[in-house]
Design a protein around this ligand. Structure first.
Ligand SMILES: Cc1cc2nc3c(=O)[nH]c(=O)nc-3n(C[C@H](O)[C@H](O)[C@H](O)COP(=O)(O)O)c2cc1C
Length: 208
């Protein structure tokens, strides 16, 4: 697939088809992840791969409890002093799927990057975190190029440490995201996006 076709095609998926994926393709996608720029030249990322229902149910108990508790109708109909935003519509669609979008994916990839804790004191202190997000985006694009789609869940607050402990990850590593990979259900609802206008975003020389 041509590069700009891949970029335009990539969308977050939250409903997968019940169709197996060759693990050779997953390895190819992770290798594309490894081609991302790296701030310290080490590329010492790890990838935990979950394949079975048992593994996913065990790892994502917390995500399941959040999804089960979420009342989409209540959230959508909550009185607001302004019209509902597309972000809020996305949230009401995404929240009930935070567990199923991982469980139904044939593979869940959990990238790990070396860092004990994050400090946002200076942007440069976030380099380990920034690097792993370069890896993650390569994974999304490579999956799209292979005709696959990805779901993503960012561990919420203490969910990070809970999952890390369950997976027996060493203390010196952190988990930025859980990625489900599989074939997208072609009938999945397409969420509306805001249009961006690149001409309004570009500033030459300085802000104004
Ligand atoms: C930093 C970041 C965090 C996100 N967290 C979640 C998440 O926890 N759960 C989820 O379902 N989607 C999550 N998303 C996906 C966004 O909802 C999605 O990218 C956005 O709605 C735009 O849709 P698109 O990816 O299809 O273009 C996240 C995306 C980013 C970049």
């Amino acid at each position: 697939m041509e590069f700009f076709e891949v970029v335009n095609k990539r969308r977050t998926t939250r409903e997968f088809w019940n169709k197996q994926v060759d693990f050779g393709i997953i390895k190819k996608i992770l290798e594309a992840g490894n081609k991302a720029p790296t701030w310290d030249h080490n590329r010492n990322w790890k990838f935990i791969v979950l394949r079975t229902d048992e593994e996913k149910e065990y790892a994502f108990e917390y995500a399941k409890s959040i999804a089960d508790k979420f009342d989409a109708e209540k959230y959508l109909n909550f009185p607001r002093p302004y019209p509902i935003t597309l972000g809020q519509k996305m949230y009401s669609y995404a929240m009930p799927r935070q567990f199923t979008m991982l469980k139904e994916a044939p593979y869940v990839i959990i990238p790990l990057f070396k860092s004990k804790e994050l400090s946002g004191e200076y942007v440069s202190k976030l380099n380990p975190f920034a690097t792993i997000w370069c890896v993650i985006e390569n994974i999304f694009l490579a999956a799209t190029a292979e005709g696959l789609s990805c779901s993503m869940r960012i561990p919420l607050n203490k969910e990070h440490d809970i999952v890390k402990e369950k997976l027996k990850a060493p203390p010196s590593y952190m988990i930025p995201v859980f990625i489900g990979i599989g074939y997208a259900n072609p009938k999945e609802q397409k969420l509306e996006q805001y249009e961006t206008d690149i001409d309004k975003q570009i500033r030459f020389g300085r802000w104004k």
